[in-house]
Design a protein around this ligand. Sequence first.
Ligand code: HEC
Length: 156
Amino acid sequence: MLTKVKVPMLLLGAAALALIWGSLARAADQLDAETKARVERFEKGAATINVSKYPSGIQANYEVFSQKCSQCHKLSRPINSDYALPDEWSRYIKRMMNKPGSGISRGDGKKIYDFLVYDASVRKKTMVDAKLAKAAPAEKTEAEAKIKEVHSTYDK
Ligand code: HEC
């Protein structure tokens, strides 16, 4: 039997639980100030890429990228990011694949990697060149080989 005292107590308990639950959920989403500023800057730019001049295989991979990488945040976030080299992409794709519920298979991950490496070598060429100029010689050779590999797979 619920007495006059028990009902308010129950409501209070439920409200407290809701508060705790809410703050836990927010904590999980919280980005540090630096990351938050960076992702906001990335998201300000275009949310699509004109792929009409890219090889057909890369155009197909763009579809996978736009579908999988826009589930949790805007596609403009990766499109306008400062990441451009093959290893930067592998690192971030793996990081995103590991997020709960990402639903990105290894096969999808590879297609997205090929797309992002190809796209960076064309659309972000200045950024790629600047990064390569700063890299250690071995790193530079390795990155160039990885870019070449993607091109030789898709270019006709
Ligand atoms: C399951 C949700 C989810 C999916 C799917 C997802 N992301 Fe993210 N992404 C996040 C979250 C959360 C952050 C911010 C925290 C972080 O960087 O880990 C983020 C941040 C980013 C950043 C900014 C990282 C930084 O710190 O500068 C890039 C770039 C990015 N994502 C690219 C991608 C790409 C590319 C894909 C597709 C392979 C993708 N995301 C798919 C959740 C997701």
